[in-house]
Design a protein around this ligand. Structure first.
Ligand code: NAD
Length: 253
């Protein structure tokens, strides 16, 4: 029996990086996964890998900024699997790693806020009615260290700060309905999102990043996925509104 036996999970941004890892780990732990992304080609590959390993997956092309798309995702999940136990709001984009507010144009601000903050708002709003009916649910919002501290990009920091606070607001309002909501705050995790900044091709950036991580290694997608798995599962049934930091100790200094 897996740690998510009998559960149905929606994971956004699951075409690669952390979302794909969560999809595979959740399926391995016996969840049925509804995986979504704007990149439907890569998403189908992830669904194929889940199925080849014996899991159940439904892949849906989905833009998290669209309320209509969200309704389709919820309707499709209900039709295919009959319930929604877990939502992982993982889809996200970053901007330039360092930028000040004078350098940031409005369209870039809007794009980052729309995907990262509005996407999590719309997803949470879309699944809550179904979770209320079953009087249980776990929503895991992927924020960032950037949602806690100041260094970085004004839109990215603001969007991840919004996700952090949305988490606490919804956690409080829906605790009485059996719905738990928690945020996860990864440090630097080696995915395509940060490849240009800390990948093997950028020795200087990589070295600088490592200097800021007491455990002296960059994070991997599975490091985050195991934390998300804990919050998604009933193992965390007494946990809501928390910030789970997964960062190799970066925040300590
Ligand atoms: N990699 C890091 O260092 C790091 C650190 C902290 C937080 N995060 C957060 O972790 C999450 C996962 O990022 P990752 O590192 O796996 O990066 P990634 O770029 O590999 O994955 C992000 C996924 O989101 C998808 N996406 C982008 N816009 C979308 C939209 N409008 N609708 C649906 N899907 C969309 C992309 O296609 C991609 O598959 C993000 O929310 C990111 O902000 C990443």
């Amino acid at each position: 029996m897996g740690r998510l036996d009998g559960k149905v999970a929606i994971i956004t941004g699951a075409a690669g990086g952390q979302g794909a890892m969560e999809a595979k780990l959740f399926a391995k732990e016996s969840a049925k996964v509804v995986i979504t992304d704007v990149n439907d080609e890569a998403l189908e590959k992830v669904a194929g890998e889940v199925k080849a390993a014996g899991g159940q997956a439904l892949a849906l092309k989905h833009n998290v900024t669209s309320a209509e798309d969200w309704q389709t995702v919820v309707d499709s999940a209900m039709k295919e699997f009959g319930k929604i136990d877990i939502l992982v709001n993982n889809a996200g984009v970053t901007g330039q790693i360092r930028q000040n507010i004078e350098e940031m144009d409005i369209s870039n601000w809007d794009k980052i806020m729309d995907i990262n903050a509005k996407g999590a708002f719309l997803g949470t709003k879309a699944v809550i009615p179904e979770m209320k009916k079953s009087e249980r649910g776990s929503i895991v919002n992927i924020s960032s260290l950037s949602g806690i501290y100041g260094i970085g990009n004004p839109a990215y920091n603001s969007s991840k700060g919004a996700v952090r606070q949305l988490t606490k607001n919804v956690a409080l309002d829906y605790a009485g309905s059996g719905i738990r909501v928690n945020s996860v705050h990864p440090g630097t995790i080696e995915t395509s999102m940060v490849e240009a900044f800390v990948g093997e091709g950028n020795k200087e950036g990589r070295e600088a990043a490592l200097q800021g991580i007491p455990l002296n290694t960059l994070g991997q997608s599975e490091d985050v996925a195991y934390g998300v798995l804990y919050l998604a599962s009933d193992e965390s049934k007494f946990v809501t509104g928390i910030e789970l930091i997964i960062d190799g100790g970066s925040i300590l200094q």
